[in-house]
Design a protein around this ligand. Structure first.
Ligand code: ATP
Length: 208
């Protein structure tokens, strides 16, 4: 795979929405959040280690991870957060890299990593960083409209993530998602054309 674009942005910024538009244009999507969900589903590969570390109290009835409970635990106990990350992060990274390698049917891969700027672990895997940019008020409104999280909980998640300025400083490309959803496809198409060209150049060694 010649080009991997890391797609990032704060909670509720619109990463999934934007990734869907790129997928319609033919990009391969590897979504670390989706991989995390798979790993923590009832028979997910991370579950034996998670139960070993935290006990059965973090399970839902169906045997999957109780994500709301785990989130609360991690916010109140940094050591719990560290041990969860020590279990999940290497598994997510390994699976992401494997899926990017397998995506050779597409001209380029969009690797969706919410904490790309914060973790640093994915930087070496991506050729460039695309930021879905959105202001905090819209992030809060969108997340609250879609989930049972309170405004305070969303604010805490935002405070634990990189700031908007830090993300903007690290990004190669920025897609603004402060307008209506209907405004996104034009910007996505322009970026898609740029990535096709970059992928083509990466695959073309040029004159000998
Ligand atoms: P998360 O980090 O929580 O996974 P995300 O960055 O993937 O979120 P989305 O799931 O794409 O963000 O969007 C969050 C919510 O906001 C969704 O319900 C989505 O439909 C909505 N949304 C996305 N873009 C817009 C927009 N431009 N206007 C209004 N609502 C939007």
């Amino acid at each position: 795979m010649s080009l991997i674009v890391g797609l990032t942005g704060g909670i509720g910024s619109g990463k999934t929405t934007v990734a869907g538009l790129f997928a319609e244009l033919g990009a391969a999507i590897v979504d670390t959040d989706a991989i995390a969900h798979e790993l923590t589903s009832a028979r997910g590969a991370a579950m034996p280690a998670i139960v070993g570390a935290f006990g059965g109290a973090v399970l839902r009835e169906d045997g999957s991870l109780d994500r709301a409970r785990m989130r609360r635990l991690c916010f109140s106990d940094p050591a719990a957060r560290k041990s969860l990350e020590a279990i999940l992060h290497p598994l997510i990274r390994g699976e992401s890299v494997a899926r990017c390698r397998r995506a050779d049917y597409a001209p380029y891969v969009l690797l969706v990593v919410p904490l790309l700027i914060e973790s640093g672990a994915y930087r070496e895997h991506v050729g460039r960083i695309l930021l879905v940019d959105c202001d905090e008020a819209r992030q809060i409104a969108r997340v609250m409209a879609r989930s049972a999280l309170s405004e305070q909980e969303v604010r805490e998640i935002i405070a634990a993530q990189a700031s908007r300025a830090e993300r903007l400083a690290a990004a190669d490309d920025v897609l603004s998602n402060t307008g209506a959803p209907g405004e996104l496809p034009m910007g996505v198409l322009a970026l898609h054309r740029r990535y096709l060209e970059l992928a083509r150049r990466a695959n073309d060694p040029g004159p000998a």
